[in-house]
Write a protein that binds this ligand. Sequence first.
Ligand SMILES: Cc1ncc(COP(=O)(O)O)c(C=O)c1O
Length: 385
Amino acid sequence: MHLVGDSTLGFDTRAVHAGQPPDPATGAVVTPISLATTFAQEGVGGHRGYEYSRSGNPTRAALEACLASLESARHGLAYASGLAAEDSVLRLVPSDGRVVLGNDAYGGTFRLIDKVWGPYGLRWTAVDLTDVDALAAGWPEGTAMVWLETPTNPLLSCIDIAAVCDVAHSHGALVVVDNTFATPYLQQPIALGADIVVHSATKYLGGHSDVVGGFLAVDDDGVADRLRFTQNAAGAVPGPFDCYLVLRGVKTLGVRMDRHCANARAVVELLLHHPQVERVLYPQLADHPGHVAAAKQMRDFGGMVSFRMRGGGESAKRVAAGTQLFTLAESLGAVESLIEHPGVMTHASVAGSPLEVPDDLLRLSVGIESATDLVADLEQALDRA
Ligand SMILES: Cc1ncc(COP(=O)(O)O)c(C=O)c1O
């Protein structure tokens, strides 16, 4: 039974099996962690698919096949981190080319584009991608790539992937979708027309706050070849143990996401009715930016919730410091609930840029604990803010 690419199987079946047949040598049902850096050749140049572990590794190959299957993509490439994956993608842009990115995005992505690639000539324009008509009308000259997150980090705005693809492709630009927040369980950008899907596997794919990793899904052979070349030539690959941890996490992705979404809804219900909360940001809410796009392209609305405090920045910081079950920490997407203040923490690098986030904003990564405990914890912190 070889399940790679068998798109007739359900998502959860592929999460458990795709790319991971029982080990032919031993029958082991768990993909072995192949630590070898080099592989014996039967004659000069005669190898069995693996030569050297930077170029290809069996545990990494299993992960790449599994995640590609979940994204319904023909190719998958694993990296040492989400930013390493992003860095490889940005190498596809010509040296004087432009990237259009959403005006709400992970701070590290902006830092990579502006501070790392900017000095090499990369130009960027930040736009509100929830307004696709404005993107079409004001298409920035020289744009080679549109980079979008949906839902965005940290405001959770949702962007119509198919509509952005129509505009970008009419100008010959590639569309990159960071699918970290949604995961392939909730949203499949390749099926909506995207050229490249980016993941911080550190988040929901790994799911247990114990591995840093990145991933790209691609359908086009030519784009995949260029990325595969850079993956080997620049070498930002994950180690076999890290690949194993992501593979292990992904087996429960669908089950975890269902609970993340249900718990997020319980938390949103509390926030909507709490007098200290000025505004709740969650894609399911009818007045949320991009709600219509989210309802169209997502299976459910995700485990991330942001909200703004009526009492401003100091009040937000008191809530962040006042929870007990929600751990005050960066990152997201794992089984345990986290709270953070984006302006000071994850998004400090966008201060003063068009991507700056409000000081009264808090972001929750709602975990899979008992919903009643999470709601009670948040309520006591809000009551004391
Ligand atoms: C949406 C998003 N994309 C990319 C990244 C970068 O991933 P990594 O931290 O694995 O390099 C992050 C990290 O927080 C993120 O939130």
